[in-house]
Design a protein around this ligand. Structure first.
Ligand code: ZN
Length: 158
């Protein structure tokens, strides 16, 4: 993880998903760091190639489009809210941080603000949990339905 992020990852509880090559892809982290700082993103994407791909998607204006769709499609909105509630419930299993008790991640339940956080949930929990992340991941080569390793490709680009 240090090699992936360029720093130590704090508060890691477990590896929630691995890349095809076995490197950590999503880590589950405690909602409060050792120094007491609340850390609401409890499913944290660490995989460089996928982080890069999601940043590219974020750069296209896709998040505003998806947020608009949540506002207009009640079924999508309901599924996205369920993803939010599941996020909070799963996080409560590993700890509490009252300052962020109702804050999940990525803009849930009504907005799309960080695809990395949403993808972290989808990759850790499997398809059908977070419809927005499922849709975005489906458009990224090697990200779904299985996580295929593209680590070497990312290293070449550096
Ligand atoms: Zn890999």
């Amino acid at each position: 993880m240090r090699a992936q992020l360029g720093r130590d990852m704090r508060g890691v509880v477990s590896i929630a998903r691995r890349c095809g090559c076995g490197r950590p892809a999503v880590v589950r982290t405690a909602p409060r760091l050792e120094d007491g700082t609340p850390f609401p993103t409890s499913l944290y994407l660490t995989l460089p190639w996928l982080t890069l791909e999601l940043s590219r998607v974020e750069g296209t204006g896709r998040m505003a489009e998806l947020t608009e769709r949540i506002a207009q499609e009640p079924e999508l909105a309901a599924a996205y809210r369920r993803a939010h509630e599941r996020y909070l419930a799963r996080r409560a299993e590993i700890g509490e941080a009252e300052e962020v008790a109702h804050v999940s991640a990525g803009g849930m339940p009504t907005r799309v603000k960080c695809l990395h956080a949403l993808a972290g949930q989808a990759l850790a929990e499997g398809p059908g949990v977070n419809p927005i992340a499922d849709e975005v991941l489906a458009g990224i080569e090697g990200a779904a339905p299985e996580l295929v390793c593209r680590c070497e490709e990312t290293e070449e680009e550096r």
